[in-house]
Design a protein around this ligand. Structure first.
Ligand code: SAM
Length: 396
């Protein structure tokens, strides 16, 4: 029968609740969750998370994936409730806006209400970004001539509230183009709510930032997880474009880095980074260098095991400075870049060539080797956001 929850004995991983979120995200990412069943709190502050048959159930394997010291995972069959049938947010939004239009749409004598409604409904966004309890609508959402003619000072609040309710959020904003300046500033506009400060928990790392002042790329989530999964214990790292700590914080919290030097220009991002460092309890392992990295990197020569270069479309102006930051014994660069899909191989070769040139100019004895190329996301049609991991290996 549709809509009736069943209670079934389900293969589950049981962990202390404090580790539940990180484990849940790992299982989801690896497609090892059993989505048909709901996780459940068991006695003494433990959480049972339903898994499918593909999930490796040895504690050692799971701990290795989480890149943590043993967190104490048990495999058990637990009686769980089946998941309720999902009502898609898109349908909820459509239904809710249809109801809003029925109340607020006034049409001329010669117009057909059904037709006007259909045209308006065709413009309702089908994509949005969720940042905690804030929904960021796309830049063009409800901005067309037709929608602007209906939305008034009097009724707009009720529209934003109906969107928030349909998408189970508290606040609503609208994206504006990320400003094409070095700081990649956000210019989002808050439509419902008093504050645009948002706080997110991503794979065990807490981020906080003002969504109307700085950008947050949810699309980089896999790369954040990949970087956080690397074992950086004992390493000193330079994050050349730290932003709010998209990579700095995972490197400290999950990667276990000894020290991160974070270079950043934008004071709104620095406020967010300081908040993140304090909230994640890693301030004592973070040094923030406020200002242009063309200057701050010159003060960090020869100290790093790894440099992170997370600027799009390209971080090339900083490549040579970043190599100079590596220790004499060598290290790793993570180079972000937007590259046309069919030119990726060509770009790798030319990048390695440029890096070798910089090595010669810096009089370092390094061999330059590609470790890995990660395709993070589509940036535009045919253009990929990629990250090239390059190792600089010292020779005598
Ligand atoms: C797109 S964000 C990148 C943040 C993060 N690394 C990522 O990839 O998601 C770029 C950040 O680099 C900062 N930035 C750009 N040019 C810089 C420079 N010359 N020196 C220091 N920071 C810079 C910007 O303020 C912005 O916060």
């Amino acid at each position: 029968m549709v809509g009736v929850e069943k209670r079934i004995s389900s293969a589950s991983l049981v962990v202390e609740k404090g580790h539940g979120e990180a484990l849940y995200h790992l299982l989801k990412e690896k497609k090892w969750l059993n989505p048909k069943m709901q996780p459940k709190e068991t006695a003494n502050g433990f959480l049972a998370i339903p898994i499918n048959e593909k999930c490796p159930i040895t504690e050692v394997e799971i701990n290795a994936f989480l890149n943590r010291d043993a967190i104490g995972i048990r495999f058990e069959n637990v009686i769980l409730h089946s998941s309720p049938p999902s009502v898609k947010p898109h349908s909820r939004l459509q239904e809710s806006i249809t109801r809003w239009l029925e109340k607020n749409l006034e049409i001329g004598e010669r117009e057909s209400k059904a037709e006007v409604m259909a045209e308006l409904m065709a413009e309702v966004p089908t994509k949005w970004e969720r940042l905690g309890d804030l929904i960021l609508l796309p830049q063009t959402a409800f901005e067309s001539k037709q929608w602007s003619a209906i939305i008034s000072d009097k009724n707009q609040l009720s529209l934003w509230k109906c969107i928030a309710e349909a998408l189970k959020a508290e606040r609503v904003g609208r994206q504006k183009n990320i400003r094409n300046d070095v700081e990649r500033s956000s210019q989002a506009q808050l439509l419902l709510g008093d504050s645009s400060w948002v706080e997110l928990l991503d794979y065990g790392v807490r981020f906080g930032f003002d969504a109307c002042k700085v950008m947050y790329s949810s699309g980089n989530v896999t790369e954040r997880h990949r970087i956080g999964n690397m074992d950086m214990k004992g390493e000193t790292i330079v994050d050349c474009y730290a932003g709010i700590g998209y990579y700095t914080l995972p490197m400290l919290v999950r990667g276990g880095a000894k020290l991160v030097h974070a270079c950043e220009l934008n004071h709104y991002s620095i406020t967010a980074l300081e908040w993140g460092a304090k909230t994640n309890n890693v301030s004592d392992r973070l040094i923030i260098h406020q200002g242009d990295n063309a200057i701050s990197l010159t003060e960090l020569e020869g100290i790093a095991d790894r440099c992170h270069l997370g600027l799009l479309p390209s971080s090339q102006p900083t490549w040579k400075l970043a190599i100079a930051c590596l220790k004499e014994k060598g290290g790793i660069l993570h180079i972000h870049m937007n590259v046309e899909e069919e030119k990726i191989e060509q770009w790798i070769n030319s990048t390695i060539h440029s890096l070798q040139q910089y090595v010669i100019e810096l009089k370092r004895n390094y061999n330059v080797e590609v470790l890995h190329l990660e395709k993070v996301k589509w940036f535009a049609p045919r253009v990929r956001h990629v990250v090239l991991d390059v190792e600089f290996i010292h020779y005598d």
